[in-house]
Design a protein around this ligand. Sequence first.
Ligand code: FDA
Length: 298
Amino acid sequence: MSFFNRLVIFFMPLVPKPIVYLFAKRYVAGDHLDDAVKTVKELNEQGIMATLDILGESTMSESEVNGYVKEYLYVLDKIEEEKLECNVSLKPTQLGLLIDQAFCYNNIKIIVAKAQSLNNFIRIDMEDSTCTTATLDIYKQLQDEFENVGFVLQAYMRRSIVDLKSILHLKSNIRICKGIYIEPRDIAYKDPQLVNDNFTYLIETALQSKCYIGIATHDEKVVWHALRIVEQLQLKKEQYEFQMLLGVDEQLRSILVDAGHRLRVYVPYGKHWYAYVVRRLKENPKIAAYVIKALFTK
Ligand code: FDA
């Protein structure tokens, strides 16, 4: 991380939230489900699928967790009612993982069962390395009973290839991304080229075994390798999809859609947008420039 970026992150808490929101709004659909529905409709009109995420993580109160469960059930009904091309992504720590793993499993199960009844799909996001084993366990337990659930592998994690090989026979639906949390070197690769190489290795291994892959990246080098693998394996468009975050590299998005690839945009919404945006900032130094610009152009 550059010195400039570190500086911006350090001073971030001093910046009034309405100003942070000026640049945040490109990454977040809004505070309410109606805002997110509007964004998803606009994406669907462009031939782009979506996945909806209610912002929030590390929930420590059971009643707050129960509130999120209710909200996800309502989101699934709304997707059905509005006939959106859209599934749902959720975070285990938002749904009680830090309180109790069995409690979290039951909460996710309620949401997956509801999604199944509506012919929809639930993606379990992957959080920091302290959650990896529990998240995979929850996924494995759920997939014994349900087909409409998938998980995420992070290419920066040294363990990901082992995790992938342990579930290859399940022909899972897996999102592969680089990984966003700050991890120590013994857990995660630090060299960006190595992360990209591992990303390609994971995609290739999963696609060869007929898993359905969500290739979640804005890095055109990774996209190029994914397209190379798709071509070499002579895959059909229905065997994989690209995934990108709302507000990031819309040009690459159009290039992929115009070339006929399936593409899904991750659409987060909710009042807990601040933590999400700070994470984006830590990840991409270029955003620091947007913050400064927002500060001085208001
Ligand atoms: P990289 O960071 O190298 O970015 C490539 C280029 O894209 C950059 O040069 C920049 O131009 C542009 N770019 C990237 N991020 C940008 C941003 N925020 N704003 C503006 N430009 C940006 N992580 C995780 O740990 N668990 C998860 O469950 C998920 N889920 C997930 C879903 C989806 C759909 C996506 C796209 C990503 C995630 N991630 C995630 C985040 C992921 O791990 C990773 O941190 C980001 O996607 C950035 O990595 P890239 O592969 O885009 O490459």
